[in-house]
Design a protein around this ligand. Structure first.
Ligand SMILES: Nc1ncnc2c1ncn2[C@@H]1O[C@H](COP(=O)(O)OP(=O)(O)OP(=O)(O)O)[C@@H](O)[C@H]1O
Ligand SMILES: [Mg+2]
Length: 448
């Protein structure tokens, strides 16, 4: 093994039509085994590579998990642990590590008969004070492994004044007693959406509790979000701070290898596959999620092609696919005016002009906006939108000096203009009838 046994182009000859071929009768040894070749699947358990999967072992996070454990350890003696603020770039294992430590802590406390609850909230979804309080209550009542005879609150999903929700939550916590670790994952999203009042109220709750204790663990991949916090809130929240460094390539190899053992059938990965996924993800700030995506998509592409072995070629294709998918996702969610600017840019390659300037884009945009029945934005607004498209990576751009005419921005597309165009055309307003009103030949002459 070690070769890519793609059924359409392989050692068995070009047999794309193998199943229909008259030679493939009962006596053909290839026909007899063809089915088994195809049935041999790449994945043993694809779920292991999904984001939602919680691995039992987290290589290269021992130090961080030990630190978190040591800070939370007073819970075992029914004492209040310090609050913790955890930082680190995306995909550095923050969520996975905290969930792991949380589960272990609950187990340890359970074994010595101490009440300890760890509740994990994703503030990307739970992003208002009301919802945070209500969700903590729900998780304390009905979370994984909670017994049914617990005290209950009756906080409705909406409708109460926040004061009342706070009081009800406080009463619930007091009635349960023990230590409550509230993990606010993606805490920056909560603060940006609804300010720091939630954190202020949670950090003062201990002074109103007699039997129970609350500890807050905040997790963020945005180091700057603390500038949104009142200094009292910040100093209370960051009694302890832990930074999760990015993974390097050899560390990512270990992480991938451990998951691959469960995810793939034996022998289906070419030996270069994991190192390549790791190297590519290491270039992108050591993101384990990206590394796992690359590995999973490589496997999926291999399977789709009916090949038997995942090779470097599949990894590179997977990288292109992931990049293209995220680019298209990004284009889809652009506001209509940005789409109009982007459409104007797409007309330049049609004029055989691969590189164009913002001044030229503004001129074409005006025709596009009129054809699409949009308000025509000012020059200034359009250049802002162009900068945004550059920042999002939809186009590439550079500033060039034009002598006494000052500086101008030159831009061009990477690949995939066809895909971008298709995506724009999905928007209702972008009908052929409207777009055909734009006279490209006029610009062709103009920009020559
Ligand atoms: N050390 C590790 N061992 C095994 N898997 C890991 C490790 N670190 C991260 N992962 C996996 O990588 C993915 C991303 O990890 P995680 O969700 O913990 O990142 P994060 O730091 O919380 O990122 P974000 O800031 O984007 O939320 C998950 O699927 C997780 O299981
Ligand atoms: Mg996370």
């Amino acid at each position: 093994m070690g070769n890519d046994h793609d059924t359409s182009d392989n050692t068995y000859g070009n047999r794309e039509d193998a199943e229909d071929s008259p030679e493939e009768g009962e006596n053909s040894s290839i026909g007899l085994f063809q089915k088994y070749l195809k049935d041999r699947s790449i994945f043993k358990n694809r779920e292991v590579l999904r984001h939602s999967y919680r691995p039992h072992i987290l290589p290269h996070r021992k130090e961080q998990m030990d630190t978190i454990a040591s800070i939370l350890a007073p819970s075992i003696r029914n004492e209040t642990p310090s609050n913790i603020l955890i930082y680190g770039k995306t995909g550095t294992g923050k969520t996975a590590s905290v969930r792991y430590v949380g589960a272990e802590l609950e187990k340890a406390c359970g074994s010595v008969g101490v009440e300890c609850n760890v509740v994990h909230l994703n503030c990307e979804i739970i992003d208002t004070q009301y919802r945070v309080f209500a969700q903590i209550a729900t998780l304390l009542e009905d979370g994984e492994g909670r017994s049914s005879d617990r005290p209950r609150s009756n906080i409705p999903m909406t409708g109460w004044p926040t004061d009342q929700v706070y009081t009800e939550l406080k009463n619930l916590i007091e009635a349960i007693g023990g230590v409550h670790i509230v993990v606010l994952d993606e805490i920056d999203k909560l603060v940006k959406k609804s300010g720091d009042e939630t954190l202020y109220n949670l950090s003062r709750i201990n002074s109103e509790l007699k039997k129970a204790k609350v500890c807050i663990v905040g997790i963020s991949n945005d180091l700057l979000f603390t500038s949104y916090l009142d200094h009292r809130v910040l100093s209370s929240l960051s009694e302890e701070e832990i930074v999760f460094p990015p993974y390097n390539a050899p560390q990512l190899v270990d992480i991938l290898q451990q998951r691959a053992d469960y995810a793939f059938n034996e022998g289906v990965l070419d030996e270069n596959v994991i190192p390549l996924c790791a190297a590519l993800a290491a270039q992108e700030h050591g993101d384990a999620r990206r590394a796992l995506d690359l590995l999973r998509v490589s496997g999926e592409l291999t399977e789709r092609k009916n090949a038997e072995i995942v090779t470097e070629k599949h990894v590179r294709e997977a990288r292109n696919k992931i990049e293209a998918d995220s680019l298209i996702e990004c284009v889809k969610t652009l506001p209509t005016q940005s789409k109009a600017v982007l459409y104007a840019m797409l007309l330049f390659p049609e004029m055989d002009k691969q590189v164009f300037t913002s001044g030229e884009v503004v001129q074409v945009y005006r025709d596009v906006a009129l054809a699409l029945d949009l308000d025509v934005l000012t020059h200034r607004r359009i250049t802002d939108l162009i900068s945004e498209l550059d920042m999002l990576g939809v186009i590439k751009a550079r500033l060039v000096s034009r002598g006494r005419y000052g500086r101008t921005k030159e831009m061009w597309f990477g690949a995939r203009t066809k895909k971008i165009l298709e995506t724009l055309q999905q928007e209702d307003r972008f009908t052929d009838e409207r777009l055909n009103q734009i006279d490209i030949s006029r610009f062709k002459t103009l920009f020559r």
